[in-house]
Design a protein around this ligand. Structure first.
Ligand code: HPA
Ligand code: ZN
Length: 350
């Protein structure tokens, strides 16, 4: 919770989340309980002594790869379809409490298929939780299947082919690109993104997190990405920044993640003011809520403490999130109506 007088407004403001890795919602407590249930031996390292020591380790990431090594090691506890269901459900309850009305969530099938877990168990486990949330909570979701860019392109191709039936059945809405960025340029994945495009999948890619602005340009030009995940290094190229603004490409920014992974010195140093001034649309997201200081509301609060945005600026951010979502015009109208109602009722109180 932040100290801002706008905290109740920020809590109630209807939110869309576009940058959350479901595996990044795996809390230390769930790591240890699933390890016990599934008889998985965790690495013989000091931070795996207890959930407390694991949590403490998360305050000391050196960089993206240091985080990813622990993130991938933790995932070894996820085995059954029900484990994936339970993980997604825990995210959903937290996101719902934070005011999320629509979320487009990432998952990393290769982290599981490489351990012999079928892509169907992973995807159907997650989808069962998302369907339950839609019917019981009225929150809507899409699943985005990400390719791990540190693995060979052939592995991404195999993953895409193996998900053929899931795509055909409508379980997967889009594709993304994540994991270690520098040294793995988006152009490598042009072919598999093209195949995804041909079957009607939406496209997004991490870019400009640790990598320079060329990774953003490459994702837009070669992958036909419709959104950029992180994208904070867009400020390095003002011409591209103007094009991104004109085209209405959404940046899915993750403020706390950027600080935890040292891709930004502080929240205040993020170029959010510049993006607003230039009309670059962005949403604010949790990335990996179990690792980076909590969920989407904590990110809104951290931004408010650093930038002291007005109600109108928050309204712009919330509406950008709706516009950049891959949902029907009707669903957009409903969500924008809810944002308008929240803004009006908060103004009448103020
Ligand atoms: N960047 C790249 N890959 C990831 C991240 C991230 O911030 N989180 C989980 N996988
Ligand atoms: Zn991410």
């Amino acid at each position: 919770m932040c100290q801002s007088p706008l905290h109740p407004f920020l809590l109630n403001l209807p939110k869309c989340e576009h940058h959350i890795h479901l595996e990044g919602a795996l809390t230390p407590e769930l790591v240890f309980s699933l390890a016990k249930k599934n008889n998985v031996t965790l690495p013989d390292l000091p931070h795996y002594k207890s959930s407390t020591s694991l949590t403490a380790r998360y305050e000391q990431f050196d960089n993206l790869d240091d985080f990813l090594n622990i993130h991938y090691a933790n995932m070894s506890v996820l085995i059954t379809g029900n484990d994936f269901y339970e993980l997604a459900w825990s995210y959903i309850l937290a996101a719902h409490a934070d005011g999320v009305h629509h979320a487009e969530v990432f998952f990393d099938p290769q982290s599981h298929t490489s351990r012999g877990i079928p892509v169907e168990s992973v995807t159907r486990g997650y989808k069962r939780a998302l369907d339950r949330a839609e019917s019981e909570l009225g929150v809507t979701f899409h699943l985005i299947m990400c390719f791990l860019r540190h693995l060979p392109v052939a592995s991404a191709e195999t993953t895409f082919d193996s998900a053929n039936e899931l795509i055909r059945d409508g379980l997967i809405h889009g594709v993304g690109l994540d994991s270690s960025e520098v040294g793995f340029p988006p152009e490598l994945f042009t072919g598999v993104f093209q195949k995804a495009r041909e079957v009607g999948l939406r496209r997004t890619a991490h870019g400009g997190e640790e990598g320079d602005v060329s990774y953003i340009k490459g994702a837009l030009d070669s992958l036909h990405a419709e959104r950029i995940d992180h994208g904070i290094r867009l400020v390095e190229d003002e011409e591209l920044l103007r094009q991104v603004a004109i085209k209405g490409i959404l940046l899915t920014i993750c403020p706390l993640s950027n600080v935890y992974l040292h891709t930004a010195k502080s929240i205040a140093s993020l170029p959010l003011r510049k993006f607003l001034d230039f009309g670059v649309q962005f949403s604010l997201n949790s990335d990996d809520p179990a690792y980076f200081g909590g969920g989407i509301l904590n990110n809104y609060c951290a931004v408010q403490e650093a930038f002291n945005f007005s109600i109108d600026e928050w309204k712009t951010i919330a509406i950008s999130g709706v516009r950049g979502s891959w949902i029907s015009d009707e669903r957009k109208r409903v969500l924008i109506g809810k944002i308008d109602d929240t803004v009006s009722s908060f103004r009448s109180l103020a």
